[in-house]
Design a protein around this ligand. Structure first.
Ligand code: AHR
Length: 510
């Protein structure tokens, strides 16, 4: 009898414990950093249907409404996201791209074979003018990724002169001949991409030397434009790469170091984008949450060599990567986008926000029809993916001041921290708290200790769906969309709420 009573007490206390709220302290600190709006950047590569047949349908297209060949529906959707920057033309494609082939009369442009992505032949009709004019239209900073792997120093500095020089010079004159008087004044320049792999299979030491050479000649075309040089960075946990760049490159030659990290479960068997099972979901989240560890450790190295924080960390490729949808060729990386992608985007963006002191830019891969896209198209149809909605809900953090958050005792989903949080205060004094519960089955009661903050009203939005596999399709484009969340209550300096399983919530406090 005594034994049963003890067992009952044990089970009861386990249940009680498992229902206890997770407590999160959210504070305001005068020295906490601003969350750079550039963390909410995007990436568009010449890959599959990202540029051609996605973003760009051609100036002559009379069926799909467009502005200079770029789809109007996409322009409108991107404007709603306040996209701060856009990286182009690659990716691996960048180290095969010769920009001079993409300017001047279209009929004179040579073709290019996209050797990395399906071997398709492109006509170079989308080039520098199209891209930079699009960025102007979107109010986004362009980020040009330059060819180091198969290009030359001269080719790169000619590109800088073409886009940035407002005086008389061979490239600025050519730009004017091609119809553009004013320079675009491009600030962000990538010096090669994945130079440890598709960008040239270089060693870190060799690339550091090459980088110094390229970076030396880049600035100086326009007094006002600060040229921001980004060194091609490590993949995942390649800490030797970051250490070599930080040690071997003089910091006055390098404004940022990049990092690439995809949530991929196995490069030879990435699993389906929609019909994944519980095990694949778990592995995807395990990979996505590694971003926290990678960013922390790369920053530790950067802190060692650059304690003043002069060199930024740019995570200029991130996102979920699965097997391409079966009906398309594998080289085009077209995948669907589900609640799993909501969980990946929400947790990764929280990591970037929380490391805002050093992480100054990030670029989701990729914008249209490729990998974790925010937009999918099918001829004249266009849909916004669940990830689009995450970017829309999180845009409130752009350029806001980080409010440090501390989770006291997280609950676990198979050994992974189930709750992810970040918070900020914008210039009007509004507070935003983004919360993600990655647990696929269990709701999570949460208490946010905001006793140091002046919040009188609370409102919110939630993004979730019945099943993890739910997604938006061309037949059902609104299946996954944000809804108002009324479940948060203010009580004695605390916000109390329960986050449903596999849900993302953004609260607003005033
Ligand atoms: O985003 C797809 C590819 O992933 C990019 O071209 C490359 O940089 C990375 O390996």
């Amino acid at each position: 009898m005594k034994y049963f009573a003890l067992l009952f007490c044990l089970i009861f206390s386990i249940q009680l414990f498992s229902q206890q709220s997770v407590v999160v302290q959210i504070t305001e600190e005068s020295n906490s950093p601003q969350i750079s709006k550039h963390i909410y950047g995007h990436f568009a590569e010449h890959l599959g249907r990202c540029i051609y047949e996605g973003l760009y349908v051609g100036e002559e297209n009379k069926i799909i409404p467009n502005t200079d060949g770029v789809r109007n529906d996409i322009i409108e959707a991107l404007k709603e996201l306040n996209i701060p920057n856009l990286r182009w033309p690659g990716g691996c494609f960048a180290d095969t791209y010769h920009w001079k082939d993409g300017v001047g009369p279209k009929e004179d442009r040579p073709t290019i074979v996209n050797r990395w992505w399906g071997g398709t032949t492109e006509d170079n009709s989308f080039g520098t003018h199209n891209f930079l004019n699009l960025c102007e239209e979107l109010g986004a900073e362009p980020y040009l990724s330059a060819n180091v792997g198969s290009g030359t120093v001269q080719e790169l500095i000619d590109w800088v002169q073409y886009t940035n020089h407002d005086g008389i010079s061979p490239m600025a004159d050519w730009r004017r001949e091609n119809g553009r008087e004013e320079p675009w004044k491009v600030k962000y320049w990538g010096v090669g991409n994945e130079t440890w792999g598709c960008g040239g299979n270089m060693t870190a030491e060799y690339y550091a030397d090459i980088y110094r050479q390229y970076a030396t000649f880049m600035p100086g075309w326009s007094g006002e434009t600060e040229v921001y040089r980004i060194a091609s960075g490590a993949s995942e946990d390649d800490y030797h790469w970051t250490e070599t760049l930080m040690k071997n490159v003089p910091h006055e030659l390098m404004e940022a170091v990049a990092l690439h990290d995809y949530a991929v479960i196995d490069w030879s068997n990435k699993g389906p984008s929609v019909n994944f099972d519980d095990e694949i979901y778990f592995k995807s989240m395990e990979q996505a949450l590694k971003m926290e560890e990678y960013v922390t450790k790369h920053i530790e190295i950067m802190d060692k060599y650059d304690p003043e924080g002069n060199v930024d960390l740019f995570v200029d490729e991130w996102g979920g990567w699965y097997d391409a949808e079966p009906e398309v060729a594998s080289g085009v990386l077209f995948q669907q986008n589900t609640i799993r992608d909501v969980m990946i985007a929400g947790t990764v963006l929280n990591t970037f926000n929380n490391h805002a002191k050093r992480v100054k830019m990030a670029n989701l891969a990729q914008m249209v029809n490729v990998l974790q896209a925010v937009i999918l198209t099918d001829e004249e149809k266009m849909i916004k993916t669940p990830t689009y909605h995450v970017m829309h809900m999180y845009k409130v953090h752009q350029d806001a001041q980080l409010l440090p958050s501390k989770i006291e005792e997280n609950t676990m989903f198979r050994g992974l921290p189930a709750l992810s949080v970040s918070a900020s205060k914008d210039e009007t004094g509004k507070i935003h708290i983004s919360l993600v519960n990655i647990d696929p089955e269990n709701n999570m009661p949460v208490e946010l200790d905001i006793s140091g903050l002046d919040i009188k009203n609370i409102s919110g939005q939630i993004l979730t769906s019945e099943k993890l596999q739910d997604h938006n399709s061309f037949d059902n484009p609104e299946k996954v969309a944000p809804e108002e969340f009324k479940g948060a209550k203010l009580k004695k300096g605390r916000i109390l709420l329960t986050i449903p399983a596999h849900s993302l919530i953004v609260l607003q406090g005033k």
